[in-house]
Design a binder for this molecule. Structure first.
Ligand SMILES: C[S@@+](CC[C@H](N)C(=O)[O-])C[C@H]1O[C@@H](n2cnc3c(N)ncnc32)[C@H](O)[C@@H]1O
Length: 213
């Protein structure tokens, strides 16, 4: 067992952001751009928003975004970026543990990108709650790693990362009320922290909630 496995999610992730300096690129994830680029803007919820690259991109396209993360440092970086880009009034930054946080609204887009953690994270319960926060006609987008990044230093024991059909099965949704828009393993180029270009595989699941009768 590694040291961080004893840490609480809040202290692990806050230390991760504080110690690393800016951790991510600040750009939107490729799958978000591809899957949500054609959607009419409305209310969006970004779960595990990190430093806010996705939230900022959504806000720049007219979405009103609620960005939830457990790390105040990550949220503060997102807030600063959104303010300096002039979209600060379109994003609500919420510091919360998704293990217990319950959305108090419905959203036209609920997005969860790379909601993985080497410490305690009840991902399936969080994603089920996420599904219940999707408004009629709204979209649920869940993107995970198909394989852990080659530069990841965390030990990844336990079951393999789920492919999109497994993510869907674990959501236990009434499928008469949902349409699968995308369920695919998608390769993309990424740049490692050492500056090398590598191919990463994303597990992409996009669902639309059917309008209730
Ligand atoms: C791998 S990062 C992905 C960040 C961002 N979605 C992206 O694509 O760049 C996972 C994020 O989930 C957040 N997170 C992990 N556990 C959490 C929890 N229990 N509640 C809220 N956020 C959590 C972390 O702070 C981190 O920002």
């Amino acid at each position: 067992m590694t040291d961080h496995e004893h840490q609480s999610p809040a202290s692990f992730w806050e230390a991760r952001y504080r110690e690393s300096g800016k951790a991510w690129s600040g750009r939107a994830n490729a799958a978000l751009v591809r899957e949500a680029g054609g959607l009419a803007p409305g209310r969006a919820l970004d779960l595990g928003s990190g430093e806010g690259g996705d939230a900022l991109w959504l806000a720049s396209r007219g979405w009103d975004v609620t960005a939830v993360d457990i790390s105040p440092t990550a949220l503060e970086r997102g807030r600063a970026a959104a303010d300096s880009a002039g979209f600060g009034d379109r994003v609500s930054w919420v510091e919360a543990d998704l293990a217990t946080w319950v959305p108090d609204n419905e959203f036209d887009l609920v997005s969860a990108h790379f909601l993985h953690s080497p410490v305690e994270l009840p991902r399936e319960a969080i994603l089920r709650r996420a599904a219940s926060a999707v408004a009629p006609s709204g979209v649920l987008l869940i993107v995970g790693h198909g394989a852990f990044p080659p530069w990841s230093t965390h030990r990844h024991e336990g079951p393999p990362l789920p492919e999109p059909d497994e993510v869907l099965a674990r959501l236990e949704l009434p499928m008469s009320e949902w349409t699968v828009l995308t369920s695919a393993m998608v390769d993309r180029d990424a740049v490692s922290p050492a500056g090398e270009t590598v191919v990463m595989t994303d597990a992409v699941l996009t669902l639309r909630r059917t309008v209730s009768a």
